[in-house]
Design a protein around this ligand. Structure first.
Ligand code: M6R
Length: 605
């Protein structure tokens, strides 16, 4: 996955390309590059590492040109260095690419046999060289079209041409590509967010489509190169801001925003006077839902797993969950009476989008729970439930996780009520409790100083374990995921009852073990499992909402979160774990907002 941008303008474009690349860095930050056209020459500048480095290069040696493309990379083929950084240019063309060309080795062999030389180890360079070959006999659009026919895999491409200095061609298969419009300036970009500071008028390319931009107009073509028209959408305004404000990192800002984002989310769905949930137009008659299948990746998968416990507790519906990269390759028996729910912050995760496509191909109605409502997943779903978290920039997902949980919980309550699985009194009680959530989240955040102390226990640890039972188990997984991705410290999330079946062997003197023990039906069992860890020397960091439980000498560190309702405890237990991961990462001097090897939006398989 990577981020691409292209601008055709009546004025120099390099500064705007750099600004957009900064916004696209969430898609990759291994290397960055830009190519502009000046006096019919392709002027390429690249760096390994962040866009900041590229900006410094441009500061010393500016790139002029009213037309240009830019790229941020998350390496797939070839190590992250300057040679493999995009754009990949020949004498004639320069190309930026997001996606993977699956048959690049085959094409490379054919081109090498013709004596054509490669500079990089990337799959993208085959696109550059195929277009260069095709240009010997064709115009730009036909050359790109002929090249695309030879490619297998996924791509969003931005291409500029030495001898056609007023055009950019964009093409899409699998990877997203937005087109933006402004006065005497038009754009392509991996997402609307990258274009938002320049325009709020957007169209999206569908699979197989191409576009050709000049500064004055944009033409669109279908997969047979027939000219088509596109709808122009106006982007929604979004309250939350894309800068860090008073905070040191986006992640901590996003953690602290959670009382507000959850409040907004609840207000979007819950009618405050009637204590009713405004979720209407179910894609399937709620009474006839046979099964709910929740699908996501990473943190989104953890929210699916948490929701499974809620749906099972409150409704009479059977629930399955799946990791999108597994779902898409399973031999599934689709059933039109099943409700398939796709959960994704970005709405661009390739595996989740592909899993949704499979449902569509099987004539299944789909529902998505997304943050970015202009995203591919949202646009391709029959029914969208936005989480209203506002833009999330930190690679480690925090407020989107709470948003996903909140929406899934709201959906669960509504379904339980309309199906008469719960009576009105219970429904109103749960809705009333839900409204207490933002204040309780605020209280959790106030324990940051204690969490900071807890974080010190991890500095010299070799690894760590996170344990929970029932709906606290997915939160243990989420806590471990956060710690791994931010501080590069090995962390395992486990159902506490499963420890004795193997993982207990990992426990040794001083190993930090986080135990999540809310006052639910699993409490006593969790305490017993904790004793088994204590007996083997584990260093217990205990998180509970149980006011009565006194912390004894075997517990190295204890933390209390507020209690509203057992069903809501997974949400509140998440807060200390997010802050813990943040503070351990700080203590270990890790790059909090951009952890190594990762990207915010995973648009490759
Ligand atoms: O945008 P999505 O919610 O589809 O992303 C899914 C995962 O890639 C994402 O949650 C990832 O696991 C996060 N980095 C976790 O913090």
């Amino acid at each position: 996955m990577c981020g691409i941008i292209g601008i055709a303008s009546n004025k120099p474009v390099s500064i705007n390309i750099i600004n957009s690349l900064k916004k696209l860095e969430y898609r990759g930050y291994d290397s960055a590059g830009i190519a502009t056209l000046t006096d019919n020459t392709i002027n390429e500048k690249k760096c390994s590492g962040r866009v900041e480095e590229l900006e410094k290069i441009l500061f010393k040696t500016p790139s002029n040109g009213n037309i240009g493309i830019g790229h941020v990379r998350w390496a797939t083929h070839g190590v992250p260095n300057i040679t493999n950084a995009h754009p990949h240019s020949s004498e004639q063309v320069s190309v930026v690419h997001n996606g993977i060309i699956e048959n690049s080795d085959e094409i490379k062999k054919e081109l090498k046999a013709k004596g054509i030389k490669f500079k990089s180890q990337t799959d993208t360079e085959v696109v550059t060289l195929l277009i260069t070959e095709a240009l010997k006999e064709n115009k730009p659009l036909e050359s790109v079209f002929k090249t695309l026919k030879k490619l297998k895999g996924s791509f969003a491409l931005g291409i500029i041409f030495k001898n056609f200095s007023n055009i950019i061609i964009g093409a899409r298969r699998g990877s997203p590509l937005a087109v933006g419009y402004s006065k005497e300036e038009n754009y392509i970009g991996s997402d609307s967010y990258a274009l938002k500071s320049m325009t709020n008028k957007i169209s999206y390319l569908e699979d197989g489509e191409l576009c050709l931009l000049t500064k004055d107009e944009v033409s669109f073509y279908d997969e047979r190169l027939k000219k088509i028209n596109k709808k122009i959408l106006t982007l929604s305004e979004n309250g939350s801001s894309a800068d860090k404000g008073e905070y040191k990192h986006f992640m901590v800002k996003e953690i602290f925003e959670q009382p507000d984002t959850v409040k907004e989310c609840i207000e979007e769905y819950v009618d405050s006077s009637k204590k009713n949930i405004n979720i209407l137009n179910f894609p399937i008659d709620p009474q006839k839902i046979n099964k709910i299948i929740l699908i996501g990746c990473g943190t989104a998968y953890n929210s699916c797993l948490t929701a499974k416990y809620w749906f099972e507790e409150l409704t009479s519906i059977d629930v399955e969950i799946d990791i999108a990269s597994e779902f898409r390759y399973r031999n599934l028996k689709f059933n039109a009476k099943n409700l398939y729910i796709f959960v994704s912050q970005s709405g661009e995760t390739a595996d989740t989008a592909a899993a949704l496509d499979i449902c569509k191909k099987n004539n299944i109605k789909t529902c998505s729970v997304v943050n970015v409502i202009e995203s591919t997943i949202a646009r391709n779903s029959d029914w969208v439930l936005p989480i209203h978290a506002g833009i999330e920039i930190g690679v480690a997902s925090t407020k989107a996780f709470l948003g996903q949980l909140t929406v899934l919980y709201i959906l669960c309550l509504k379904l339980a009520f309309v199906r008469k699985d719960i009576d009105e009194k219970t429904y109103v009680k749960h809705v009333t409790n839900l409204k207490k959530l933002p204040d309780a989240i605020k209280k959790c955040i106030k324990s940051e100083n204690n969490v900071q102390l807890m974080a010190k226990e991890f500095i010299s640890a070799k690894g760590s374990m996170f344990l929970g039972r029932g709906p606290s188990f997915p939160i243990a997984l989420e806590g471990a995921l956060k710690l791994k991705e931010l501080s590069y410290l090995h962390a395992e999330g486990y159902p506490a009852g499963e420890m004795k079946h193997g993982p207990l062997a990992l426990i040794e003197e001083g190993l930090p073990v986080i135990v999540l023990a809310p006052m639910d039906k699993y409490f006593e069992k969790t305490i017993s499992n904790m004793q088994e860890v204590i007996a083997r020397g584990g260093k217990i960091l205990f998180i509970t909402d149980n006011k009565k439980e006194s912390l004894n000498e075997n517990i190295r560190f204890g933390l209390r979160v507020p209690h509203i309702d057992n069903l809501l405890s997974p949400i509140l237990l998440t807060l200390p774990l997010q802050m813990l991961a943040y503070h351990v990462a700080l203590l270990k001097n890790c790059d909090v907002d951009k952890p190594r090897n990762l990207a915010k939006s995973v648009t490759v398989e």
